[in-house]
Design a protein around this ligand. Sequence first.
Ligand SMILES: [Zn+2]
Ligand SMILES: [Zn+2]
Length: 285
Amino acid sequence: MPLLYYWRPDNHERDARFGFGFHLNQNSPAMASVGMGESLWAFTRRRRDGQYILAAELVVRAVTRNPPNYRYGRWRIWGDLERSRYFDVEAGPRVDPLIRTLDLRASARRLGQSFQGSAAVRRLSEADHLLLAEYARDLPVTAHAAIYHEDEFEARLVHDESVRHLIARESSAIQGRRMRYLYETVDVQRARRHVLTLQEMYAGRCQVCLYDPQDAYGHRTCHGHHIQWLSRGGEDDLENMMLVCPNHHAAIHRDDAAFDYGELMLLFSNGVREPLRLNRHLPAA
Ligand SMILES: [Zn+2]
Ligand SMILES: [Zn+2]
């Protein structure tokens, strides 16, 4: 079923400043009930006037489990990069009159109070989904939803080169934020050490297909991959990384393959599912 998601204003603002990541997390088990290709509608509360505004439609391409104790909740929804939309919350009209007509209980005087805790995500009927789709048809969308070439980021960051020129293509509003994230929050030296740790742990082999480049060519050519991309706010810790061969790495990025910590498995958009055949460091959810 389609979903309606209340996006806490502080989280929405943080993601807007960074550049949206096409992911939304929550603890509610309702997250797992959405079907592939269905919509998750997200609304938030605009700080300057306290109005409720429609913020995004993520067209769902995967639902996965996060690592145990992940701070933003147990479930992650991955929005399709082409079909998902982020709306301009500063320019958008109020959405609460529409939400109050939907077939879900939202009777608190302040709408956000009806969407606390696990009620922050609600299942929507098909009729209600269509009402939202009609409402959103001509809403202005925001530019803060650019997707970076993560392969370039990772390749350069872990090989001691600058990624500044990659970020320089972005609008200045997001540039500074992203630059600070990659050069201050992310510890590049630590990320490099993590790759070496993984190389040692798996003797240079791909965790997915066991390919061993050392055996074939005498060189360790597998890559450290960030499961939640650095360019989408992913963290530079071992729990967010895996060692993969260059083929797998290219396919994962080209596809934006999801990763599920429940099954410890990659989920490709054509339906192919590949479990890790080698794993000693990722915790199962
Ligand atoms: Zn591989
Ligand atoms: Zn990667």
